[in-house]
Design a protein around this ligand. Structure first.
Ligand code: ADP
Ligand code: ASP
Ligand code: MG
Length: 826
């Protein structure tokens, strides 16, 4: 099996015009090392136009859409490629007209003809995208999805034969992936056993992507769309809806099923079966982390993660005295739905009646007629389902009461808690949907971020007041921990902290390191010459705080939040001692790419600062050095063949193992100051099957530098000696840091934001907590250590302030004066 393909699915909005195609091309190009398999929807609105042409019996409405395809082709292509694709595009309206012409003669074939017509959207978009990718130097090849996905003959919403689809998909795509080509197939369309074209239901391209990912056992299925992931509510209704960083499969499938259009409801099943992560990402903002859906359920404080809604619902109520104590009644009712192939969403029962919701539609009348044979039937059209989702609903008492209290004046029916227990659903009138969703979102999900102006709103002020009311650093750390801020999601913690610091009397400047990713700089009127700095973000997954006698636990306890609390408290103590030129700088993204530090480096205030005390867990020792980092991928290529005849091929894995053995034997340089260079082989991948000679293999290395990177590259290149390809991914230099008498010193092996804060004066590195607890599932900080950290920050701040000549009164005796050794700079 292909070990490491990644499915990239682009929705209609991601391929609407030439600019969108250009974005897609860049996204695919940047992901070639992931062995992409591309699934693409029809251009936006194309499927609607095709279906309308069937309904109206005329292909006239297609002209404008055909022209869009042509314009994209002309924008990117020339010569034969252009001629070929233009021929295909130009032929489409004629073929559609011919199909429509058959409608009268072959009325029984209407559904089949509809699918055949609808298929033109994805047929054209995939051919066009493959050509555009090729024109950009990507070895793309269009594959007809109807050769891969095999279904039953339910036209309009066909059911795939999973085993057969997997077999065909592997046969079609694996050779291409192995040969380094990028297959491009249309989503949504498939074939029945008979060979007829079928479709997987509206929005079904997501489902195609999942089926393909599952067949290839892909590393990840990426759904590229026009929003940055699954949001806390439909953004068309709730303007300040936020991205949910992670969802469990159960949560995602409830949301999709109950109306979150961003994901087709059936997408989750194939991914779940094989445990493949599904990531929802924004083609307009490809660096946003989006939402990842996995097995792992992250609990949110307050339990609720998102609110979905689905309009166009009819409630059917069947009342019958027969139901009282009778068995067989429910079966009889559901047999009616079964017979008409009508899915039922929500069901509730009372002693004598049964209520169900179904989607509005033409098929309803015959169902009602059949149900009337079983009891009195009332039909309530124009209803909507609201679905509140969150893994925490399983365990959070009182949430339902809070939820319904919020909308107590809205008429609610059919309340039910799904069997998966991650949702609560109920029905309201369709015209009350917006109001209901908006109110629930405000009550359950509006968490304090920053208002667009950077000024806090009412909610933020309330949240910050809760924090401000404490000057106990452990309590502050704890409350900060409880605001999730996995990289990419720092807005809320930044907002709360900004207001907390304003409450302490600081001027707080908020700047955006990236959209929705603020950093904050707090200072007094005087220029800040001494700045405490750490990061706002944490590694995933979030987990909330807890405490025992000795320790505070939770994500960020020692790596971010505990340190923020220590720095804020130390700054307060220094100000109380009359040292006013203190600043506090808290930045996003340290755990990812140091975007926050880079942005902060451009702030004018940086130039006025003499010393920046960066906080990372160093076990309260002052780090006089931080090793550098060099990230490298080694990529081996071989020639595949039958494993029984190894002499006929060349195994990439064998080559890579030989190289790795030699790399591991390298005598890396040691430095008297920094210690040893170390090299970790962190990821190994490659191969196809045990009985195939591996055509490809790769290894990801992380080298910790104690020297310049040049000699290390040279050693590596000499050892590898051309046997594998070396790709250098990133490089951070080792930095020497200032030592200060009176402090215990150390060298740390990890990298920090320091190299990106070069404008902020001389860097120092100190913090409570241990790096060995950071990034683990038992992240913690000892109460005593946190308290000691505050003392050391205060002592260090005072020492440096005296050195800078800005301390007002003689020293209190701690730390003494004058910094020695090391010298600063990075
Ligand atoms: P694509 O063309 O990429 O398949 P869709 O239109 O199918 O895109 O889905 C994306 C749209 O889903 C978004 O633009 C948004 O309006 C809508 N949507 C509804 N609910 C949600 C939600 N909870 N989170 C994100 N998007 C949602
Ligand atoms: N093009 C199809 C639709 O509009 C499928 C999809 O986009 O996912 O429904
Ligand atoms: Mg979609």
């Amino acid at each position: 099996m292909t070990a490491s393909s990644t499915v990239l699915k682009f929705g209609g909005t991601s391929v609407e015009d030439a600019a969108a195609f250009e974005r897609v091309r860049a996204i695919v190009a940047a992901r070639l090392p992931l062995h992409p398999v591309v699934v693409v929807s029809a251009l936006s609105r194309m499927t609607d136009a095709l279906l309308t042409s069937v309904d109206t019996g005329s292909a006239d409405g297609l002209a404008a859409h055909i022209e869009r395809h042509r314009a994209i082709a002309r924008h990117f292509l020339t010569g034969d490629e252009l001629r070929k694709i233009e021929r295909e595009i130009d032929a489409a309206p004629g073929e559609v007209t011919a199909l429509i012409g058959r409608l009268d003669r072959e009325a029984s074939e209407r559904a089949a003809i509809r699918d055949e017509v609808a298929a033109f959207g994805e047929r054209l978009s995939s051919a066009l995208l493959a050509a555009v990718l090729r024109a950009g130097g990507i070895p793309a090849r269009v594959v007809d999805a109807r050769r891969c996905i095999v279904t039953d003959a339910t036209h309009g919403k066909a059911d795939p034969d999973i085993a057969e689809s997997e077999r065909c998909t592997r046969a079609e795509l694996m050779p291409l992936v192995q040969a380094g080509e990028v297959p491009v197939l249309g989503g949504f369309i498939a074939r029945a056993q008979s060979g007829a074209t079928t479709t997987l239901g509206r929005g079904g391209s997501d489902y195609t992507a999942a089926l393909v990912g599952s067949a290839l056992d892909s590393r990840e299925i990426q759904i590229w769309t026009d929003v940055s992931g699954v949001l806390t509510a439909d953004p068309r209704i709730v303007k300040n809806a936020r991205t949910i960083p992670s969802l469990s499969y159960a949560e995602a499938s409830e949301l999709a099923y109950f109306g979150a259009k961003v994901l087709h409801p059936r997408t989750i099943q194939p991914a779940l079966t094989r445990g493949i992560p599904v990531r929802i990402v924004n083609s307009r903002a490809p660096d946003d982390p989006g939402t990842v859906v996995t097995n792992h359920a992250e609990l949110w404080p307050g339990a609720v993660k998102s609110i979905a809604h689905k309009t166009g619902i009819t409630v059917l109520q069947i009342t019958s005295p027969r139901m009282l104590g009778a068995y067989g009644f429910l079966r009889a009712v559901f047999e009616v739905f079964d017979r008409h192939r009508m899915p039922v969403d929500v069901v509730t029962t009372s002693e004598v009646s049964l209520s169900v919701t179904v989607e509005d539609g033409a098929g309803l009348a015959p169902v009602v007629t059949d149900l009337e044979a079983l009891g009195d039937v009332t039909v309530e059209p124009r209803r909507a389902i609201i679905c509140v989702v969150g893994e925490g609903l399983r365990t959070t008492p009182g949430i339902a009461a809070r939820l319904f209290e919020t909308i107590r004046d809205i008429n609610v029916s059919l309340i039910s808690q799904g069997a998966s227990r991650v949702n609560i659903t109920f029905v309201v009138d369709e015209d009350q949907v917006r109001e209901t969703v908006a109110r629930l979102h405000a009550a359950l999900l509006d968490r304090p971020g920053l208002a667009p102006s950077g000024r806090p709103g009412a909610v933020e002020r309330r949240a910050a007041r809760a924090i401000r009311s404490t000057n106990d650093p452990i309590e502050l750390a704890r409350r900060l921990i409880d605001i999730p801020s996995v990289s990419g999601d720092e807005e809320e913690v930044a907002g709360v902290l900004a207001i907390h610091l304003q409450g302490l009397g600081y001027d707080v400047d908020v700047h955006e390191a990236a959209p929705g990713r603020p950093g904050i700089f707090a200072h007094s009127d005087a220029p800040a010459r001494l700045v405490f700095c750490t990061h706002l973000d944490t590694v995933p997954p979030f987990f909330p705080s807890s405490e025992d006698d000795g320790y505070l636990y939770g994500r960020g306890a020692c790596d971010a939040k505990g340190i923020i609390a220590a720095q804020v408290t130390a700054a307060e103590r220094l100000r109380a001692q009359g040292i006013q030129d203190i600043g506090l700088l808290f930045v996003p993204d340290e755990e990812k790419g140091s975007l926050g530090a880079r942005a902060a480096n451009a702030l004018p205030a940086a130039r006025q600062c003499r010393y920046v005390i960066v906080g990372e867990p160093t076990e309260n020792r002052l780090a006089i050095g931080s090793k550098g980092s060099l990230r490298v991928t080694l990529r081996a290529e071989g020639t595949s063949g039958h494993s029984a005849y190894p002499e006929r091929g060349r195994s990439a894995i064998h080559t890579l193992l030989d190289v790795l053995r030699d790399v591991r034997a390298i005598a890396w340089p040691r430095d008297g100051y920094f210690g040893d260079t170390t090299c970790n082989v962190g990821i190994l991948g490659g191969g196809v099957e045990a009985n195939i000679i591996a055509p490809e293999a790769h290894a990801d290395l992380h080298i910790r530098l104690v020297t310049d990177d040049a000699p290390i590259r040279e050693l590596l290149e000499r050892t590898v000696d051309g046997r594998v390809r070396i790709e250098y991914l990133s490089h951070t230099p080792a930095v020497r840091l200032k030592s200060v008498p009176g402090f215990e010193h150390c060298v740390v092996g990890f990298t920090t934001d320091i190299p990106h804060l070069s404008n902020w004066g001389i860097p120092l590195l100190l913090g409570p907590g241990s790096i060995h607890d950071a990034h683990t599932a038992r992240e913690r900080i000892a109460h005593r250590e946190l308290e000691r950290g505050i003392e050391l920050y205060t002592q260090l701040g005072r020492t440096l302030a005296m050195e800078a000549g800005t301390a007002p009164i003689a020293a209190t005796g701690t730390g003494g004066g004058g910094g020695g050794g090391g010298g600063g700079g990075s």
